[in-house]
Structure formats: C-alpha cells, structure tokens
Design a protein around this ligand. Structure first.
Ligand code: NAP
Ligand code: MG
Length: 403
C-alpha cells in the first residue's frame, strides 16, 4: 500500500514521561507505516522547555496559529519537586496555559464511549462535551477580610475620573469577607464563538447556563452576549445544520444533564466548568478515555488527551517493570488532528484513515482487549488485560483489516 500524503503540515508538540513513551509508540506502530507524516515538530518535554527558557512553547503556539491544527502530548507543569528533579532554571508556567492564552481558546473535553464500560449515570448513552470558559471570575478575583464596623463598596473610576459607587455591605454586627470578580465582553464573546463554531463542527446542540436570575448584571451579561452573537452570526448556520442553541439556568441545566442521554456540548462558566468537568469525567469512567481539544474563536484546533503524563507508570517503566497505560485518548488526539488536517486540505484519504484508526481502537476494547484501567471497569465477560505496547499492536492488527 502506498503511504498517505499530507499536503500541509500539522504542529506536533511532544511531551513528558509515560505519555512521551506512548507518543513514540503510536507514531511507530500506528501512524508512520501508513502515512508520510508531515509535522512541524516542537519538543515541549520539560528538559527542552528549560533549555529554551520556554520559548519553544511560545513558538509551538505561534506555529499552531499559522497551520491551524496541532496535536499535543501531555506535559509536566513544574512544581517545587520538579525544580530539583529536572534542575530547572525557573518554575516554568503550564504549557497548556501559555498556549491557551496565545490562541485565546476554549477547551472542549469529551469522553470516548465503548461497549462494556457503562457510565455511572445509566441514562448517558452518548458523550457529553464540556466547554469551560477559561478566563476571569473567581480565578482572577480580589478578596479581603473585613473587620466588624467596616463598610464595603464597589467603586469604578472611568477614564474621565468619574466614580460610580455601590454598597456591598455594612459590616455592622460581624467580621466578614468580600470578593471582587470581573470578566470581559471580549473574552465572553471569544468563548461564545468558539462554542458555536465547535457545535457546528461536530453537529451537536449547544447548551449554556448561568445564574442570571440572581446575578442580574454579571451573569446576565454572559447570557446576552451569547444571545446577541447567536442571533447575528450563527442562527442561520445552526438551523441549516439542524442543531439547537439552548439557554437555561445552571440548576435547571444540571437536572437536565443528569436525566439526558448525552450527545451535546455543555458550555460552562469558569467555575461551573471546573466542577462539572470532573463530575462528568468521573461518571464516564477512565481518564484514559477523555479527549480534549482547544478551539480558538477563529477556528484553530489543538488536540490532546485530557490526562497528564501518568508519572506513576513512568517510574515503573524506568525500573524496567511492565506497564499497562491507556493510550486511547492520545490516539484520538492524533486521529482528531489528522482528520481536521484532512478536512481543511480536502485530503479524503487522511480523513478516512483517521476514522479507521478510531474504529480499530474502539473495536479492540469492545472485543475484550484492554489496558488495566479499563479491565477493572469493563463488564464484558471475557477480558484480556494487555501491556502498553501489546495494546497498540492489537489495534494495529484490527486497523490493517480495515485499511
Ligand atoms: P495523570 O498523569 O493524569 O495521572 C493520574 C492517575 O490517573 C495515574 O497515576 C493513573 O492512575 C490514572 N491515569 C491517568 N491517565 C491514565 C492513562 N492514560 N492510563 C492509565 N491510567 C491513567 O495526573 P497526575 O499524576 O496528577 O499528573 C502527572 C503529571 O502530568 C504532572 O506533572 C502534571 O503537571 C501533568 N499534567 C499534565 C496535563 C496536560 O499536559 N494536559 C494534564 C494534567 C496533568 P494509577 O496510578 O492508579 O494507575
Ligand atoms: Mg476541577
């Protein structure tokens, strides 16, 4: 068979630890035998980030802007312990944070569903994709402790020096606390556009919820910005695609999500997304089955697994012990990026290959061959737990039958 060609490169961001090992295995076993991989390679492994004073992360994000598609391996976000382990010059920031800031993107997380692994919520039949607004609110807050007898006010000074004041509270009878939050119309608008674009891309309904009945200015602004952008830029496209934009209150949304069968995108304010994405991920099963894609408002896509570098497995691997690390989310990051590249370039063979790779991966697990994390969850009668490499070889066997 002749190898599939890629007219335009995609950006490849290599990473750390066990996922770096898996990264190479996926390329060697499942990709390069079939595709003439055309990638612009950036090594975001912590050693190389340190050598380049983290410039490589910035360069990789700018390359992603240029080419429109990237695939990223999980990377270490350094903490004090990593400073000594890797002899770092500085405690470099999270690469994901840096890339997200440069692309002004929104992260969409979706589980991969396979037969045999039932979500903890039995009505869920299709994936629920969570989009979390990654700017502002309580994550960029200003807080104070307030002593009894104090009076707290909100004060805004405009560019001409005019002040607007609102009483927060008169702390007459007790000590207390206050918190100042903000968000930006611009950021909320980018978030909305990323969500509307992604919904059109995957042809799923979009849900959004806030607490606008209680927060009549702050949360209501989110509701209004979404509604304005929808009416002006997306209503017709949604109707043509036969999908829906649905707004409700956050508590009503939670109740509906639990009763639903899934199959939609749930856009969440920053805090709601933080809390709900962990709930949804846990209910769907293993972290190894959770995909993540960063989408910018102008339609740039960066695919990755939602999990980290699986450090515990890596240390076992270094000691020469056998590992059974789930590579599914990383495989789907590659297939997602290849599919997107193919769609943008009109390369149908690339799209078809990516779809077959996903099919072979799911089929492997549904036929009872899986890594340890899934073996404990799967209800299939006959299960075979395999090691990290065997799992990829089992997928390869099935992929070749589909090609
Ligand atoms: P983690 O790498 O996601 O792993 C946590 C645990 O979850 C693992 O020890 C393992 O459980 C299980 N797990 C996760 N992915 C798995 C997979 N593919 N297959 C099988 N089991 C899997 O999270 P962490 O240990 O908190 O973080 C490790 C490093 O990753 C940190 O340096 C962190 O900064 C980084 N991180 C990076 C990203 C990213 O780049 N997007 C995201 C999160 C964390 P058992 O040990 O019980 O088998
Ligand atoms: Mg969280």
């Amino acid at each position: 068979m002749e190898k599939i060609k890629m007219p335009t490169p995609l950006v490849e961001m290599d990473g750390d630890e066990m996922t770096r090992i898996i990264w190479k295995m996926i390329k060697d076993i499942l990709l390069t035998p079939y595709i003439e991989l055309n990638t612009e390679y950036y090594d975001l492994g912590l050693t190389h980030r340190n050598e380049t004073d983290d410039q490589v992360t910035v360069d990789s994000a700018n390359a992603t802007k240029k080419y429109g598609v990237a695939v990223k391996c999980a990377t270490i976000t350094p903490n004090a312990q990593r400073m000594t382990e890797y002899d770092l010059k500085e405690m470099w920031k999270s690469p994901n944070g840096t890339i997200r800031a440069i692309l002004d993107g929104t992260v969409f997380r979706a589980p991969i569903i396979v037969k045999g692994i039932t979500p903890l919520i039995p009505t869920w039949k299709k994936p629920i994709t969570i989009a979390r607004h990654a700017y502002g609110d309580v994550y960029k807050n200003t807080e104070l402790k307030v002593a009894k007898g104090s009076r707290a006010e909100l004060v805004v000074t405009d560019e001409n020096g005019n002040e607007t004041r609102e009483l927060i509270h008169n702390f007459k009878s007790s000590d207390g606390i206050i918190q100042g939050l903000h968000n930006l119309d611009e950021s909320i608008g980018s978030f909305a556009r990323s969500c509307f674009n992604f919904a059109l891309d995957v042809k799923q309904d979009l849900w959004f919820a806030t607490k606008d009945t209680i927060s009549k200015k702050y949360d209501h602004r989110f509701k209004d910005i979404f509604a304005e952008i929808y009416e002006k830029e997306y209503k017709e496209k949604f109707e043509n695609a036969d999908i829906e934009y649905f707004y409700t209150l956050i508590d009503d949304a939670v109740a509906r999500v639990v009763r639903s069968e899934g199959g939609y995108i749930w856009a969440c304010k920053n805090y709601d997304g933080d809390v709900m994405s962990d709930m949804v991920a846990t209910a769907f099963g293993s972290l190894g089955m959770m995909t993540s894609v960063l989408v910018s408002p102008d339609g740039v896509y960066e695919y990755e697994a939602a999990h980290g570098t699986v450090t515990r497995h890596y240390y076992k691997h270094l000691k020469g012990e056998e590992t059974s690390t789930n590579s599914v989310a990383t495989i789907f990051a590659w297939s997602g990026a290849l599919k997107k590249r193919g769609q943008l370039d009109g390369a149908e063979d690339l799209v078809a290959f990516a779809e077959k790779l996903e099919k072979a991966t799911v089929q492997t697990i549904e036929e009872g061959v899986m890594t340890g994390d899934l073996a404990v969850l799967s209800r299939l009668p006959d299960k075979k737990k395999v090691n990290t490499e065997q799992f990829l070889l089992e997928i390869k066997e099935r992929l070749e039958k589909l090609l």
